[in-house]
Design a protein around this ligand. Structure first.
Ligand SMILES: *Cc1c(COP(=O)(O)O)cnc(C)c1O
Length: 387
């Protein structure tokens, strides 16, 4: 385990929530907790599934933004590298020694293009996505001016209506331009449908995936006709990974949330109609919170409000207490319905955040626990990095 062995000049409770060796009861709240056993189990399950399916894993680092988590996924979880979404995240990961990075996004600003082109100098293979012919010239100019080379994937819109080109004609035009451009290498295609990931039923997600696959196969065939070979076909997330991984079409999958899980992913259903939570993957990420007020008999107030979590995908669920429900939040307060009057002042609860990615981005540290004590503190390396 690559724990941060010694944190100097930082004071527990002032700017860090815990120290190594502390018992869980002493951790300062609210903070993010990683249950290491659950995390390691999730990472191993995905490693095994990818190995069995003969597909590579490129874990999405936008979820955790942590060099320690990325290193663990590479060292123990079968990941060949990581994805991220922003140039600043790629810089943080490259500086931390991650050597294979795909930015699953468009880079258009002149300064950002320069920073992107500079990244291979840190020793990393850098891949980015392209969905516009003009961007090919911009990337080529940046790479040649710095003397590096960038790999490019043509991004396809697979139904999310976000970035990406539609159809083989546009994809072919961009791929041929990349192939001909100085400083650029055409590596393949990016095909991710974010809208499909949280569809409740397994068969709904499968149907959405099939629509993606149809587009991808059509584009691969059109490229092949022009001698453009896709070394990389990348896509898939925590809701759809089983389809991409076993397709024989995708070479790598980009799951992010699988390592931590959240309440929204916990609710989607697997093939047998059972919730993902505790079956497909375990909850490994929690907001640790404390009860700080209980002046009303039927509800308690805890210290985890909006400033420590994102509630865009729903409120958090209470992990370790039956009969207690998180029902409301304001900036720094959370309301816990406690009809049986079970909660006491200073009781600590593990909340499962509704949506892990934007929740992690609000914190500086992961407090990693095993058997009730703190084993490591992992800084959230790229926290807040959106540039
Ligand atoms: C967020 C994201 C992923 C990972 O999705 P999860 O649902 O967290 O597994 C993969 N690819 C792209 C392009 C993404 O934006």
């Amino acid at each position: 385990m690559t724990g941060t062995e010694k944190i100097s000049n930082l004071e527990v409770g002032y700017n860090i929530p815990a120290e190594i060796g502390m018992t869980e009861g002493d951790i300062q709240t609210p903070c993010l907790l990683i249950d290491l056993e659950a995390f390691e189990k999730n990472v191993e399950r995905m490693r095994y599934f990818c190995a069995e399916s003969g597909v590579s894993l490129r874990a999405h680092g936008k979820m955790h933004k942590s060099a320690d988590v990325a290193r663990y996924q590479i060292k123990h979880g079968g990941a060949l590298g990581i994805c991220c979404q922003k140039v600043s995240e790629a810089e943080a990961f490259a500086r931390a020694g991650i050597e294979d990075i795909l930015i699953t996004n468009q880079v258009r600003d002149a300064r950002k293009l320069q920073r992107l082109a500079n990244l291979p100098k840190l020793g990393a293979r850098i891949i980015c996505c392209v969905d516009d012919l003009d961007n090919v010239g911009e990337l080529s100019k940046a790479a040649t001016s710095i003397g590096t080379s960038l790999e490019c994937l043509v991004e396809l819109d697979c139904g999310a209506g976000r970035c990406g080109v539609t159809g083989p004609v546009a994809a072919l035009e961009i791929a041929a331009a990349i192939d001909a451009a100085d400083g650029l290498i055409f590596s393949g295609i990016q095909a991710y449908n974010g809208n499909a990931q949280h569809l409740q039923e397994f068969n709904e997600r499968k149907r959405a995936y099939k629509a993606v696959e149809t587009v991808v196969i059509e584009v691969i065939e059109a490229l092949k006709q022009k001698n453009l070979h896709c070394q990389i076909v990348s896509g898939g997330g925590t809701g759809s990974f089983e389809f991409e991984a076993t397709s024989g079409v995708f070479t790598e999958i980009q799951c992010g949330s699988y390592a931590f899980m959240d309440a929204a992913y916990g609710r989607i259903l697997d093939k047998s109609g059972q919730q993902f939570s505790g079956r497909t993957f375990d909850h490994a990420l929690f907001i640790l919170t404390s009860v700080m007020s209980h002046t009303k008999p039927e509800h308690a107030i805890c210290d985890a409000g909006l400033k420590v979590q994102s509630v865009d995908s729903g409120l958090p669920t209470v992990f370790d207490q039956q009969d207690v429900t998180y029902t409301n939040c304001s900036d720094e307060h959370g309301t816990l319905e406690d009809p049986q009057g079970k909660l006491q002042i200073n009781d600590k609860l593990r909340l499962v955040p509704g949506h892990c990615d934007p929740t992690c981005n609000l914190h500086d540290w992961y407090v990693c626990v095993r058997n009730g004590s703190v084993e490591a503190l992992w800084p959230i390396t790229a926290r807040g990095m959106a540039l």
